[in-house]
Design a protein around this ligand. Structure first.
Ligand code: UD1
Length: 443
């Protein structure tokens, strides 16, 4: 396991470019499997989760290569429909390959998906939809074996919105006979991006952005190039980092329009921003006011992935903030680590009350998942002294060059491996090194 050391107290100032979206890239990579041809994904983030998905596609028989941030997927010779449990356990998004393999190969054999430990994260809705579309399923030794001689289109209304189950339903619908109509489907920008990619590939698909998605199965597919949209959670992370240290951060290529719920909160805290020519200029010098109640919700509401990051900023605000988590039942683990740093946080089931401002003090803490880890980075930036964050690999699952980008803005983050000497992360030259090796977090 590796760790990062952060010297607190630096102010963040300057410009940073937002990476491609993890949660858009993963389902689109899964979708590429459906087409017996080539797909090129531009602005694909070089992060651990993308490398895991790339590794799975290679084992299925795809040929993959990178040109800068363009990922080339040649899926002509995919010959397998089996994914080992140790592969699927690495990542929740592996379950999306069920929909695409069933469409392409009429069968899929795979382990249950893993992912960040933020709740029980069942896949019952995924499986229910697939079975309604004609998939026969059995379980053997904790593995799912699925076959579908003939997938058929369905009309399905989600009782509760699910991003992954919507994406899986869309992927299976591409291979189904006739139309599939999904109601109360997830409308996250990443779902809309998947639909946009499939449309470009030749699928007749229409998503109204309000929960209705219609897909015509059996369309002829073609080779496709697609630009992965910028990552709204990565943009939000840098916005929150700036807010915590009262900095002035400009986000270039930010997904403007997808950050409305977050920017509304930012303004309530006292932050100011300006949108000009595709960039978001933020000024956090006035950030001070506590937030009475913030509830996580599906898009366009406040994203659950931003919740731990907001919690870290709330520690610095004047007065009591309250956060209600409505999506995942186990997503307040950040609070335990923040408390070690001096935060005053009370938790009762789905509610957290954060009393601020607290003088956070650097200490040794542990990242329990991707966003919790990023939240600790934010807390450490505004803490007194040095913070050590263990298990920083979690952070690198979803962020490309987060430490370098923060260092370029004025932060002081240093990564250490158990087996390697300390490495200073200076920004530009290290960034180039990452480019050359094609590995994220390998400084
Ligand atoms: C996706 C995102 C994740 C984000 C989440 C919610 C990816 C790779 N991950 O995760 O970053 O935090 O959306 O915006 O895109 N549920 C069930 N049964 C199911 C499926 C889901 O009960 O079969 C529940 C979940 O436990 C959760 C809720 O539905 O309480 C929403 O989960 P879902 O939208 O499916 O999240 P993911 O797709 O796993």
């Amino acid at each position: 396991m590796s760790r990062i050391r952060i010297q607190g107290g630096a102010c963040l100032q300057g410009e940073t470019v937002i990476q491609g979206s993890k949660n858009a890239a993963l389902p689109i990579m899964a979708a590429a499997v459906i087409h017996k041809g080539c797909t090129v994904l531009h602005r694909c983030p070089k992060i651990a989760d993308v490398f895991v998905m790339e590794g799975i596609l290679k084992k299925l028989g795809a040929q993959t290569s990178w040109e800068g941030h363009s990922l080339i997927l040649d899926c002509r010779n995919i010959h397998s429909f089996c994914i080992s449990s140790c592969e699927t356990e690495k990542m929740r998004a592996s379950i999306l390959l069920a929909g695409s393999l069933l469409t392409r190969e009429k069968r899929a054999a795979m382990g249950y998906p893993g992912g960040c430990v933020i709740g029980s994260r069942p896949i019952d809705v995924h499986l229910e939809i697939l079975s309604r579309m004609g998939v026969c399923r059995r379980e053997n030794d904790g593995r799912l074996m699925m076959t579908a001689d003939c997938l058929h289109g369905i009309r399905y209304r989600f009782e509760r919105r699910s991003v992954g189950a919507t994406e899986n339903a869309v992927l299976a619908a591409v291979g189904a006979k006739g139309w599939t109509v999904l109601e109360n489907a997830a409308c996250e920008p990443e779902v809309i991006a998947l639909c946009g990619f499939l449309r470009k590939m030749g699928v007749k698909i229409c998503a109204d952005g309000r929960g209705m998605i219609c897909i015509m199965g059996g369309c002829e597919l073609s080779d496709t190039e697609y630009v992965i949209p910028p990552d709204r959670i990565a943009a939000g992370t840098l916005l929150m980092a700036g807010a915590a240290v009262r900095g002035q951060v400009t986000l270039c290529e930010a997904p403007l329009g997808q950050l409305d719920s977050l920017l509304a909160l930012y303004q309530k805290m006292g932050g100011q921003y300006l949108v000009s020519g595709g960039t978001l200029k933020t000024d956090s010098r006035g950030v001070q006011w506590a937030l009475p109640l913030t509830e996580t919700a599906s898009y366009p509401g406040f994203p659950t992935d931003m919740q731990p990051l907001l919690m870290a900023v709330c520690c610095t605000l004047q007065g009591e903030s309250m956060i209600r988590e409505t999506i995942f039942e186990n997503r307040f683990r950040t609070a335990l680590e923040l408390r070690k740093m001096g935060a005053r946080i009370r938790i009762d089931r789905h509610n957290a009350w954060i009393e601020g401002p607290s003088v956070l003090k650097g200490c040794r803490v542990e990242a329990s998942d991707l966003r919790a880890g990023a939240a600790l980075v934010i807390a450490a930036l505004c803490a007194e002294g040095e913070t050590i964050i263990d298990s920083c690999e979690y952070i690198e699952r979803g962020y490309e060059n987060l430490y370098e980008n923060i260092n370029l803005l004025g932060g002081r983050i240093r990564r250490e491996n158990d087996d390697v000497d300390e490495t200073e992360i200076t920004g530009k030259s290290e960034k180039n090194k990452t480019e050359v090796t094609g590995k994220s977090g390998n400084f």
